[in-house]
Every structure is written in C-alpha cells, then in structure tokens.
Design a protein around this ligand. Structure first.
Ligand code: SAM
Ligand code: SF4
Ligand code: F3S
Length: 466
C-alpha cells in the first residue's frame, strides 16, 4: 500500500497520516541497531522509511562522536539538509502549501551536546540522547503537537536493563544488545560519556529473546552487541561464556557473533566457549589499540602486549580456524618513534586478518586531552599509513591460504563488478566473499551457499559456487 491509500492512525490526541522518515546513521553497530529500534517504534506511528531525503517528513541523524571527523560529517550534513529544504520545500499534496519537515538529532553527539545543538542549529527541532531511544515515539508526538526546540538527554536510572530486540523485517540477521554503556574510561575515548555506565540484560531474558527471534522472525544469525561484551553479567553473577553456551543450544540458530571485546576481560571460560560452542563464529574482534606497553599504559587499557599475545595464542589453540581482527590508534599523544615501531612489530606477531586503523583524535573531557601533545597531524597520518601498508602485505599472505578451500556463506548483497553481477556474503570468519550465481534469475540473498575460493587480494576474495 502506498502512502496515498494508507489510512491515518490515531496516537493520543493526534491523527498521524502516513509519513516518511529519512535516517542517517553514523558510527558503530550499536548506533545502527539504535536506528533499527527507532524505525521500528516509528512504524507504529505510520512512518515508513525513505531513502530520499527530499521526500521525508521527518529527518533523523543518529550521530557518532568517537572522532572529530564523525562530528564534522554530521554538522555538514545538517547544513546541507537546511539548504536542500529551503531550495525544495516539501509541499502538502492536499493543501498545496509548504509543509514543515521535522529534523532531529540523536545518538552520541546529541547525548553530550543536545541542548547546545538545538540552540545553535535553527533547523533542528529536537535532540535526543542514547538512553532514550525507546522514547522516540513520545518525542515525535511532542514535535507534531507543536513543541519544538527540546533536548531529551536523561539517563535511565533503573537498576535493570530490560528490552525486547527490534529487527528490520526481511533479514535473517539480528543485532541483539546484551550490555549497554562502558565503565572502562580508556584515556582517549568519549564513549563512557556518551553511553553512560555499564548495565547488562539478564541472561535468561536474552535467551528467551533470541529463541523468539529464531522461532517467529526467521532469524538465523545473531550478533551480540555491547561496547564491552566481556563485562556482560558481571553484576548478576552471569557471563558472556554462559550466555554463548545457552544460545548455542537453540535449534534453528545457525551462527552467533559478538562485538566488541576488551582484552582485559577475556576469561578462560570465554576461550573455552570458542572451543565448544558449535555456532560461535570463527572470528574474534579484539581491539588492541597499540603494540607498545607504555602507550597502552597511557591509554589506561589495563593489559600488556604479552597478555594480549597470550590471549591470541589461547584462542587459536581453542579454535584453529579462528580469525582475529583489531582496532589501532596511530599517534596517541607523544607516542615516540620507538613506541610506533612496537606497533609495527606487533603486526608480525599477531597476524591480524584486518585492522580498523585511526589517527588519534582528541575528545573533549577525556583524560588524554590533558597531555601536552607534541605530535602533528602529518606524523599521525604517516604512522597510520605505515601500519596499513604493512598490514596489507600480511593480510594478502594470510588470505591467500583461503584459495582452494570451501566456505559457508550467508549471502547478503549483490553488486556489479566490471559489468558482471556478483553476490556477496560473509564467511564464519567474517571475510566478505564475492561470487557469480550459477542461475542468472535466482535471488541468492539470505541463502546459505558454499563457495570455493578462487582468487584473493588483501582486500577482496572471489569464489565460485560449489
Ligand atoms: N569498545 C571497543 C574497545 O574496547 O576497543 C571499541 C570502541 S570505539 C567505538 C571503536 C574504536 O574507535 C576504538 O577501538 C578505537 O580504536 C577508536 N577510537 C576511540 N576513541 C578514539 C579517538 N579519540 N581517536 C581515534 N580513535 C578512537
Ligand atoms: Fe572506549 Fe575503552 Fe570503553 Fe572501548 S572499552 S568503549 S575504547 S572506553
Ligand atoms: Fe560513535 Fe557512539 Fe558508537 S561515539 S562509535 S556511535 S558508541
């Protein structure tokens, strides 16, 4: 049914005709999942998603504050939105009059700067933080009732963290939040300020939730989410390893992943889960940040490189197929050339399959900003490039070992490459694999297929259907 034939729905005192919401999400998987929750709540208020901003009645930016670049992207997109709405005002088809488009900003920037944002940006109607996602309906109601220029950035003070997972209909993959917030306060990181204190859901609730998703919504792959999933259940005498053990028993669930892990909290019990849980993916994303112990100390990361490497060894002993990926920050304040070399050395020792590398970006309010830093942007960029160049060589060698082997892939997408249509999906070890379908008319999306790898480079893996 299109929007012209859909009936209005009554919410409280207001009629909600069919409307369109356009969303832009920045940042991590937690933010992506928050956007999924927002859309799910708004569908009950007669909103459907549009990919075309000029077609939207409601524009929502779900923001990220992790590095300055993320902030800048949002500010510039907000500016462009104002310009495009002024140039092409939305016209009400019934009255022929200009229609108000409501613009909101949520997420991590909005959590810490919500009030300032609505004051500073005239086009912004309201802002909302990370802990009020499930109240989006009330906020949108307020905005349509005529209340403008408000910011809701309160924290949920209740002891329990209890939710029901919302999904995007039509996909067999679900993000499932198991813990929110972060108590680590790494010296460079804004997340503890934008996401608040750690709070876990109860293990039983998560298991019931996932069973429901598998049984009634056709979910086959689950990604357990949290800024530090290894802290899951700490306050309740429960653990991530126990949770994995229980989820592994669910009939119909094919694959289980989790992200993100902090090396300090990886227990032997969790290593053991990688040996015993059949559905747990052959992949671990374990951010290391630096290869230098002195930098790790200044980052307040609470582990040494020796400890980190021992963890990798244990994981690889538990599951010989496991693939390790990581995050790195180049040019932490006053990082010396020697400290940077230690990071390059770590690449040889750790044999990562992929690195998300960043240059250090000072974040207001974090401890690292108190350091009188002498490094320049050029030094940081040069060091990041050195890390990435070295990693490309390691990565190409590691991935070449895939040639001739067959991998089970859940097909996610298709694209055209050099005039040929190819499908793509991820292996259990999280590598993206491209292949050509054998039946041109067949829609392979969300099918499980076996793909034999025929060629690889550091960044691309190609195969054929078995
Ligand atoms: N919780 C995860 C962890 O413990 O590593 C990751 C959180 S953060 C959202 C994702 C990555 O962003 C981090 O691993 C780090 O590499 C990077 N990051 C965080 N703050 C940064 C900063 N101020 N400058 C550059 N990179 C940063
Ligand atoms: Fe940020 Fe550290 Fe928390 Fe990860 S563990 S979110 S890097 S403070
Ligand atoms: Fe960004 Fe917030 Fe995630 S700062 S990386 S969206 S937790």
């Amino acid at each position: 049914m299109d929007n012209t034939t859909k009936p209005s729905v009554k919410v409280g005192e207001l009629e909600f005709p069919p409307r369109k919401v356009w969303m832009k999400t920045y940042g991590c998987q937690m933010n992506m999942h928050d956007s999924e929750r927002i859309v799910s709540h708004l569908s009950g208020m007669n909103f459907s998603v549009t990919e075309d901003q000029s077609d939207a009645d409601l524009v929502i930016f779900n923001t990220c504050a992790v590095r300055d670049l993320a902030n800048q992207k949002f500010y510039s997109a907000l500016g462009e939105t104002k310009k495009s709405i002024l140039k092409n005002p939305k016209i009400d088809p019934e009255t022929g009059m200009k229609k108000d488009v409501i613009i909101a900003a949520g997420g991590c920037i909005a959590q810490t700067e919500g009030k300032e944002l609505v004051k500073k940006y005239k086009q912004l109607d309201f802002a909302f933080g990370t802990d009020v996602i499930d109240n989006i309906g009330e906020m949108v109601y307020r905005a349509y009732a005529g209340d403008k220029k408000f910011a809701v950035t309160s924290w949920d003070r209740s002891e329990n963290y209890s939710i029901e997972t919302k999904i995007t209909p039509g996909t067999p993959m679900a993000f499932v939040n198991i813990i929110k917030g972060c108590d680590k306060f790494c010296s460079y990181c804004i997340v503890p300020f934008t996401r608040g204190r750690e709070k876990s859901r109860r293990l039983k609730e998560v298991v019931t939730d996932v069973k429901r998703l598998v049984e009634y919504s056709g979910i086959q792959e689950v990604m357990l989410l949290g800024q530090n999933v290894n802290s899951f259940g700490k306050d309740n005498g429960e653990s991530l390893a126990q949770l994995i053990g229980e989820l592994d028993q669910i009939n119909g669930l094919e694959r289980l992943r989790y992200t993100t892990s902090h090396p300090y909290d990886v227990t032997d019990e969790l290593v053991e889960a990688h040996r015993t849980a059949k559905k747990l993916a052959n992949h671990l994303h374990l951010p290391v940040q630096s290869g230098s112990n002195t930098v790790l100390q200044r980052m307040l990361r609470e582990y040494t490189i020796e400890h980190y490497l021992t963890l990798l060894e244990k994981m690889r002993r538990a599951n010989s197929e496991i693939i390790i990926t990581t995050d790195m920050i180049a040019g932490f304040p006053n990082e010396t050339e020697e400290e940077h070399k230690a990071t390059l050395d770590l690449l040889d020792k750790a044999q990562f399959d992929f690195i998300y590398g960043y240059t250090y970006s000072p974040r207001k309010g974090t401890k690292a900003t108190r350091i009188n830093d002498v490094l320049t942007d050029d030094i940081r960029l040069r060091r990041l490039k050195e890390i990435q160049d070295k990693q490309m060589v390691i990565q190409a060698a590691l991935r070449s070992q895939m040639i001739g082997k067959t991998y089970r892939v859940l097909v996610e997408d298709k694209n055209i490459s050099k005039g040929i249509q190819k499908w793509s999906g991820r292996t259990s070890c999280h590598r993206l694999v491209h292949f050509e379908g054998t039946e041109p008319e067949k829609n392979y999306q969300w099918n499980w297929v076996d793909v034999e790898i025929t060629s690889v480079t550091a960044l691309s893996t190609q195969g054929t259907l078995v």
